[in-house]
Design a binder for this molecule. Structure first.
Ligand code: CMP
Length: 131
């Protein structure tokens, strides 16, 4: 997901460019605004964390871009491309280093395992929306 801060700051195009230049194929993509219910469901794994309410509130503050990406070793390579969760710790040249402002407004989300990539892809896309 390209998060609301990166969308609002006009970074959709630059981020998609970085993703494509990184060798990822776009399998599915949509531009949507999450409801509170949808964001809570998407991030249900974090519901006991102290930042959960802020996270849901931020993720529903504006539109996002959701996408399914494909590449050999995609999960690990995408996490390298986006950098650490906290942009202050994200390596030079990573998407969060270039476009994120804070740990909450951190520009982009990537799945942390193949299993979660499957779950998160199914959350946003039907079989007719993948190419
Ligand atoms: P994301 O990869 O979307 O997964 C959960 C999000 O919670 C994370 O990116 C951060 O934007 C946000 N978050 C806020 N505080 C923390 C924290 N202390 N640890 C991890 N994630 C946090």
């Amino acid at each position: 997901m390209i998060k609301p801060d990166a969308v609002a700051n006009g970074h959709i195009g630059a981020i998609l460019n970085d993703i494509i230049a990184g060798g990822f194929k776009i399998v599915a993509m949509k531009y949507i605004k999450l409801s509170t219910e949808a964001a809570s469901q998407f991030y249900a794994v974090h519901k006991e964390r102290p930042f959960f309410n802020d996270l849901v509130s931020f993720m529903t503050s504006g539109p996002i871009v959701a996408a399914i990406l494909e590449k050999e070793n995609a999960v690990e390579d995408f996490r390298k491309l986006i950098g650490a969760t906290n942009p202050a710790e994200a390596a030079e040249g990573t998407i969060r280093n270039k476009y994120a402002k804070s740990i909450d407004a951190n520009a982009i989300h990537g799945s942390d395992s193949d299993e979660n990539a499957e779950i998160e892809g199914n959350f946003f896309f039907s079989q007719f929306e993948r190419f």
